[in-house]
Design a binder for this molecule. Structure first.
Ligand code: AMP
Length: 220
């Protein structure tokens, strides 16, 4: 199966869609946000730098990200494809990633943009909670994404938490970073006719159906 790159503004549903894709297609989920959140737990100089950048809504240095992602892709479970959630996040990462793929004789895969307006994304951010154990993401303001029991993960029963960068102030900065740095990656794929745009403002199951149709065609 082809690998998948998910590009999206903050809170467009990238994490949730990645999890649904993993479950259906049994592909490993590579979330650079999650890789970085784990690195922050190492309370060392690099961990503190990453935490600071994330809490400011700014990107972490390309060198750190690229080495984390390349190392992960070389793991055996990624040999038959993977889902990239949050990478490449700017044109430098894209160029380095393309060179890496050429060296490894791998295909770029399917590029999908989850499209949502600024106002809709902002409305979602304040309702987002996630499970620190299994990574499932919920939204307390969205009927089809709410946990069954308030504050508890449906899947593993852990207490749900709010991300420290899910504030309105950090959201504004992350959205600006998206427009300035990440949207050019989508524009580049579009200029090459390699971008699938999916309306992500609707119910998550309908977003997923659009993606399933794209993947069926691409893997035909
Ligand atoms: P995410 O979980 O994808 O929303 O990412 C959360 C934060 O992690 C971002 O706001 C950035 O600070 C950082 N981050 C995630 N992916 C990348 C990346 N590819 N390059 C640089 N920083 C990243």
């Amino acid at each position: 199966m082809k690998s998948i790159i998910l590009i999206a503004p903050p809170s467009a549903g990238k994490g949730t869609i990645s999890k649904m894709l993993c479950e259906k297609y049994h592909l490993p989920h590579i979330s650079t946000g999650d890789l970085l959140r784990s690195a922050v737990e190492n309370d060392d100089e690099q961990g503190n730098y990453i935490k600071q950048q994330m809490n400011l809504g700014k990107l972490v240095s390309d060198d750190i990200i690229i080495s984390l992602v390349e190392k992960r892709i070389l793991d055996n479970d990624c040999a038959n494809g993977y889902i990239l959630d949050g990478f490449p996040r700017n044109l430098t990462q894209l160029k380095k990633y393309e060179s890496f793929l050429i060296n490894e004789n791998k295909d770029l895969g399917v590029n999908i943009l989850l499209d949502i307006s600024y106002e809709q994304a902002k409305g979602r951010i304040l309702g987002r909670v996630s499970c620190p154990k299994c990574g499932t993401v919920y939204n307390i303001y969205t009927s089809d994404a709410r946990p069954k029991v308030f504050g508890i993960c449906d899947k593993c029963g852990s207490d749900l938490i709010r991300r420290s960068d899910d504030t309105e102030e950090v959201f504004k900065e992350r959205y600006a970073t998206y427009l300035n740095e990440t949207k050019p990656v989508a524009d580049y794929f579009k200029s090459q006719n390699r971008l699938h745009v999916v309306d992500s403002s609707i119910e998550i199951s309908k977003v997923f159906e659009q993606i399933e149709r794209i993947l069926e065609k691409e893997n035909d």
